[in-house]
Design a protein around this ligand. Structure first.
Ligand code: UDP
Length: 439
């Protein structure tokens, strides 16, 4: 490896969720999709990717050849099931030890770079980076300080443990990858990150999968009525995603809809607790008197999800906080307009007034008004859908992968070329340079 060259093999760390898990429920969501889509594309560009994730079943093989050039290493750290994400910090030592052992079993200098996803992985990556003498690139995906600044009612604040752990990773990473310029601002203002160490790498959509298609065929595939007007929510059912805001805002419109054609479709599985749990959400629809007009589907694999998007007249993303919002891009890629909260990356994902509508805040009355305008105007929706499909073309995982490779390149160049030979197996030079960490 020479300064500024692409890495030959990277260790990608995703402690709390496996890229092989079905997204849309539990802890599996956009990050899983991100890790998988970029890993497979990096591999196609000749960068071997080994993904370290925590084993959550005794049936998980320790090493899985997941795709050409992509290996998933299921690391045993703590019980397979029953361990809440909030308890994972207790298993970081076990996880790190097994990551270090896996590398120690290989020839020296096995990995050229570490890319950690989410702060838990950053903690592991930080240790491995110092030991291996290679650069650490970190993607936060979500930031506790941002989330805590815009909590859903009744949603628990992210603990100080996470805020502190995140801060350490921001301080320690050689480069930070942010989804948007907004996230750069958050990293700089809330975590004091050095802007010259941050790269904006915009996430994408699988544009081969998500494209405009035959709405009628998709409705038939899902057994949906061809004449209904369908407003859809896709994602993990959790307070942060605010599906209850959508359901509550739709209630007056459904009550006033004499055609009986206006329906809501909620796609996704339980994640977290509170009002947004599927069972609680169903209770809410009963209280609102719209239970017969709201349908629920469990998490759908991409080959079915594309039909969900194509079958929809409008997709709603009312989240309280969203570092990007892949669902908004996927829906638009399918030619469907999106109504979204003006938070985080959704402000980039949706071109307000052209490909969809951005709504300020979560006032139910305001959401009802904005939804009413779109529900009542099929021509406007059709125009927005056409613009949305074009708009979404700029968000592709290929572009994301290009930008990641550039970030890796900068990280390696800044690290000073052949760091492995220079630093040795114990990363001595790194430890010395980072003496502030030791005090
Ligand atoms: N997803 C899925 N099936 C579902 C629901 C969601 O595959 O039933 C995927 C969806 O395609 C998207 C991801 O889960 O890529 C959710 O990402 P997003 O950024 O919208 O939300 P996050 O889960 O990261 O908060």
């Amino acid at each position: 490896m020479t300064a500024g060259s692409a890495p030959r093999r990277i260790a990608l760390i995703s402690v709390h969720t496996s890229p092989l898990a079905q997204p849309g429920t539990g802890d599996a969501g956009g990050m899983n999709v991100y890790v998988w889509q970029t890993a497979t594309r990096l591999a196609r560009r000749g960068v071997e990717v080994e993904i370290f994730t925590r084993a959550t079943s005794s049936a998980d093989a320790p090493v899985v050849a997941a795709a050409p050039g992509v290996t998933v290493r299921n690391v045993v750290a703590g019980p397979f099931d029953g361990l809440d994400k909030r308890d994972l910090p207790s298993q970081l030592c076990a996880f790190s030890a097994n990551v270090l052992r896996a590398e120690a079993a290989q020839e020296p200098g096995y990995y050229d770079l570490i890319h950690s996803h989410y702060w838990l992985s950053g903690q592991v990556g930080w240790l491995a980076r110092d030991r291996w003498g290679v650069p650490l690139v970190h993607t936060a995906h979500t930031l506790a300080a941002v989330k805590n600044a815009s909590l859903a009612a009744g949603d628990a604040a992210e603990p100080m443990l996470r805020v502190v752990g995140e801060q350490q990773v921001v301080d320690e990473a050689d480069r930070l990858v942010a989804n948007t310029a907004t996230e750069v601002g958050e990293l700089v203002q809330m975590y004091g990150a050095d802007p010259s160490r941050i790269d904006v790498v915009v996430p994408g959509a699988d544009l081969d999968r998500y494209s405009p298609g035959d709405r009628a065929a998709s409705r038939a595939a899902l057994g949906l009525d061809q004449n209904d007007v369908l407003v859809t929510f896709v994602g993990r059912i959790q307070p942060l995603k605010a599906p209850d805001v959508l359901v509550s805002a739709m209630a007056p419109l459904i009550a006033g809809d004499s055609s009986g054609r206006l329906r809501v479709l909620v796609v996704g599985g339980p994640s977290g607790s509170g009002l947004a749990q599927p069972s609680a959400l169903m209770d809410l629809t009963r209280q609102l008197g719209i239970a017969d007009r709201v349908d629920f589907l469990p998490p759908q694999p991409p080959e079915r999800l594309v039909h969900v998007y194509r079958a929809s007249d409008l997709v709603a993303v009312p989240s309280y906080s969203e570092s990007f919002g892949l669902v908004a891009i996927e829906a638009q890629a399918c030619g469907v307009p999106v109504i979204a909260a003006r938070v985080g990356g959704l402000g980039v994902a949706v071109d307000d007034g052209r490909t969809g509508v951005l709504v300020d805040g979560h006032d139910i009355g305001v959401w009802t008004d904005r939804l009413a305008e779109l529900v009542a105007d099929p021509d406007r929706r059709a125009g927005m859908g056409r613009a949305a499909a074009l708009h979404a073309r700029q968000f592709s995982w290929e572009h994301t992968t290009d930008a990641l490779l550039e970030s890796y390149d900068r990280a390696i160049a800044a690290f000073g070329g052949d760091v492995r030979r220079d630093a040795g197996r114990f990363g001595i030079r790194r430890w010395r340079n980072r003496s502030r960490v030791m005090v």
